[in-house]
Design a binder for this molecule. Structure first.
Ligand code: LMR
Length: 506
């Protein structure tokens, strides 16, 4: 029903009506009509899948106070990606806070005269006596965590794990700084309400906003999830440019206002190149602090090996994903282990390892979209949790994890100045070291080179955003895809647009 209504309204769009009638009058070919319907339907799905508000302004509420006005220039900047204005203004923002202190807040004042902050959200307006529980609890200093795309599906899974204490630990109070777009601001408010209703003891502050220069203030972690998915007919180069501008702006904002040692995890695709753009725009933050999420691919690879070997997946270790989070990524079965033994000893079907296994990991995201009707969200959130935990807890002896990191100084001869997934270890201090002695055979070397070439080509496309001169984009005849992309009727489709594929098959 929803789909029908959406299609009807989009077909009423003069552009689509024009295109449809042109197709009908000029071509009797079914293919042309199908393609036009496909594009229009995808546009309709876009409308259906994206929450919109008629006004970017929040309604007044007893629980909600706005700190400032919304400026037209800001609307344009977020919706149309114009360069950011000078950051003297603030945007619609809900600030939910207690003061940052070495001790987490505990109890409201007994006489009922609860102090409130001027800008705050609901229960987070309460000012607590930070000393009250000092004697019974030993809390760490509160950390600030920014999440972009905070009203999206991935974040909806992630935020509640962060707030529960299962990521940073049961003695780590956190503040969540939620970044969204103008049109998602009401959804962000809904997220804040659900966080409020969850009564998480460790969640001490929730801020929502649309300006990265405000939201990223003093953040210790930045989880950059929000990005535009590639739409129908959109070239990969265009996606690189559109999302690249978002990550250039967010890099600048982090550089200006975040903690100087902020750890940045880029999830929005194409995440490796977005991470490169982000770090190039944040010269004051160590390049080593930037990561592109390939942990989802590592988890997928472990699952496939466990399935084939008939073991539980915790028996699979030393799993490296090399390269780009795309269909050129290389899941390394040469160095991975099952029950401590080389995979090739346990799984003797080497043809399956080279072809079936590798492809199943590379294209897992696409298969999932076909089944689910949308791209991965819960497993992506879990893999973000895993990626963070790998940095804040010591890596088990002899094991490693995969993450996309800056290549300068790498021991594998990968071109410098890229963000490339490689095997890493951590002492649990938020930092990592590359594992240096991983064996690379000819098979791996050739595959890794292909992913490296793809990243070098992507980098050329975004030279204007990394300070490397004029962009030259030639991604070659084989336009490699993100793991979640599929092709229908000649339209490359990903993310929510892929719902159409599901509907078509019913
Ligand atoms: C995934 O690997 O599931 C996602 O990166 C797919 C996508 O393109 O959203």
């Amino acid at each position: 029903m929803g789909l029908k209504l959406g299609l009807k309204s989009k077909f009423s769009n003069p552009l689509c009506l024009g295109a449809l009638s042109l197709s009908l009058s000029l071509h009797s070919s079914v293919t042309v009509l199908t393609f036009t319907v496909c594009v229009c339907a995808i546009m309709a799905m876009s409308d259906l899948s994206t929450p919109k508000t008629t006004s970017p302004f929040l309604p007044s509420s007893s629980q909600l106070r706005l700190s400032s006005k919304l400026h037209l220039s800001n609307q344009f900047r977020h919706l149309h990606l114009l360069p950011p204005p000078l950051h003297t203004t603030s945007i619609s923002k809900i600030s939910c806070s207690v003061s940052q202190n070495n001790q987490a807040p505990v109890a409201v004042q007994e006489n009922g005269s609860v102090k409130t902050k001027k800008e705050c959200y609901g229960v987070f307006c309460l000012t607590y006596d930070l000393k009250a529980e000092e004697e019974t609890k030993s809390w760490k200093k509160m950390i600030n965590i920014a999440v972009s795309g905070a009203a999206g599906m991935i974040s909806n899974h992630l935020l509640f794990k962060l707030a529960s204490g299962s990521v940073f630990g049961p003695d780590q109070p956190i503040a969540l700084k939620l970044l969204g777009s103008e049109r998602s601001i009401q959804a962000l408010e809904g997220v804040a309400m659900e966080l409020e209703d969850s009564l998480f003891p460790l969640l001490r502050e929730v801020d929502i906003g649309t300006d990265p220069y405000e939201v990223f203030q003093d953040v210790d972690w930045a989880l950059l999830i929000g990005a535009k998915p590639r739409g129908p007919g959109m070239e990969r180069a265009a996606l690189l440019d559109i999302n690249g501008q978002i990550f250039a702006e967010q890099g600048k904002a982090l550089n200006a206002v975040a903690s100087p040692n902020v750890k940045v995890l880029v999830v929005g695709n194409p995440c490796n190149t977005n991470a490169l753009i982000c770090l190039k725009n944040a010269p004051n933050i160590p390049a080593k602090n930037f990561h592109a999420l390939t942990r989802l691919d590592e988890n997928r690879a472990k699952c496939q090996l466990a399935l084939k070997a008939g073991v539980f997946y915790d028996k699979v270790s030393n799993m490296t994903i090399w390269g780009n989070h795309s269909t050129t990524q290389v899941p390394d079965f040469l160095n991975a282990r099952i029950n401590g033994r080389p995979v090739k000893e346990v799984i003797t079907d080497h043809k399956w390892l080279e072809e079936g296994f590798t492809e199943s990991v590379q294209k897992r995201g696409g298969l999932l979209i076909q089944k689910w009707g949308r791209s991965s969200a819960a497993s992506t959130a879990v893999s973000i949790v895993d990626a963070i935990k790998s940095l804040v807890t010591p890596t088990p002896e002899g094991d490693w994890f995969s993450t996309g990191v800056y290549t300068n100084g790498n021991p594998y001869g990968i071109a410098e100045d890229l963000v490339f997934s490689m095997p890493c270890r951590s002492k649990g201090d938020g930092d990592y070291e590359l594992v240096k002695d991983v064996e690379i055979d000819d098979y791996l070397r050739n595959r890794i080179a292909k992913s490296e070439a793809e990243l070098l080509a992507e980098k050329k496309c975004v030279a204007h955003l990394t300070g490397d001169g004029i962009a030259f984009c030639d991604l070659g005849p084989v336009d490699t895809m993100l793991p979640g992309e599929i092709i229908i009727h000649g339209c490359k489709v990903d993310g929510p647009y892929a719902k159409l594929e599901t509907h078509k098959r019913q």
